[in-house]
Design a protein around this ligand. Structure first.
Ligand code: AMP
Length: 280
């Protein structure tokens, strides 16, 4: 596996791969890698001739300074895991190479996809994500890029970014990978206390119960049910939303809508966790 540190090293390598007619897959990550990330890498390895993973804790997508400082950084373990997953190259850029003009986001408009849920509770987050992804896509020019459904709103926003900017890259969604007990894998899980780790299993349980409950109840009743269920846990619910998968707009009538998904953000102690589930 090749280690890359600068954009020019990446461009040289990518040019050679493209000249040999190779298809390039790209997996952007913030490191502290786990099997959720590795599932994206394996999908890319299966579908492309050459897979590049980036590891970069992107400062502009953090709206909370402590979260940025405390974000786990595990470079050596990440390299070992990537080696064993069939990844061909890993790119560890310096912030100054990603943000030559200073660590600032561009302002984007995603036609309403960005206004609720993560966008509402993490102001500026998606501008930061879109800025860094756009920059990586410019440097790497992959044929395909892989994004997890764990961050479903992010995935939809990146699909919109690529459409709006007419970028020639296929965005490939990858399903959520979970721990054996159902907790969605996340780099932040390593920061959970033992007690909160046990409590956090309830997130998926409640989402699954909501799916059953909604069969015989309205959206409004289902939202209330979920709020009450979280009220009986040690988790602090930030939002629960039932939204259309395409538009991400909240839905009030389940019969008149397309594919519905339940989205949740909740605090387990200091740690903010997100998850989502298909509801029909
Ligand atoms: P992150 O390092 O958290 O920025 O995540 C990098 C990519 O991995 C994003 O596309 C995430 O959606 C994806 N990802 C993170 N956790 C999971 C998971 N548990 N299952 C599937 N994809 C994931």
């Amino acid at each position: 596996m090749i280690l890359l540190r600068t954009p020019s090293e990446v461009s040289d390598l990518v040019d050679k791969q493209r000249q040999s007619g190779r298809q390039i897959g790209f997996v952007p990550t913030m490191g502290a890698l786990h099997n959720g990330h590795i599932s994206l890498v394996k999908e890319s390895v299966n579908q492309n001739d050459f897979t590049i993973v980036s590891v970069f804790v992107n400062p502009t997508q953090f709206n909370n300074a402590d979260d940025l400082i405390n974000y786990p950084r595990t470079e050596e373990a990440d390299i070992a895991l990537l080696e064993s997953s069939g990844c061909d190259a890993v790119f560890f850029p310096a912030a100054r190479d990603i943000y030559p003009a200073g660590e600032k986001s561009e302002n984007f408009e995603f036609h309403g996809l960005e206004n609720r849920m993560e966008g509402k509770f993490r102001p500026g987050h998606f501008d930061g994500v879109a800025t860094v992804v756009k920059r990586f896509l410019e440097i790497i020019r992959p044929h395909r890029a892989y994004f997890g459904e764990k961050d479903f709103q992010q995935l939809r926003i990146i699909q919109e970014l690529v459409k709006d900017l007419e970028l020639e890259v296929e965005i490939v969604p990858v399903p959520i990978i979970r721990e054996a007990d159902g907790l969605a894998m996340s780099s932040r899980n390593t920061r959970l206390t033992q007690a909160m780790r046990e409590e956090s299993v309830k997130i998926l349980k409640i989402l699954q119960e909501a799916g059953v409950f909604m069969k015989n109840h309205t959206i409004e009743e289902t939202k209330k049910f979920v709020e009450e269920r979280f009220g009986n846990t040690e988790l602090k619910l930030e939002y629960f939303e039932i939204a259309d998968e395409e538009t991400l707009q909240p839905v009030s009538d389940k019969e008149s809508s397309g594919k519905l998904r339940g989205f949740v953000a909740a605090f387990a102690g200091e740690i903010r966790l997100i998850d989502n589930i298909s509801l029909n």
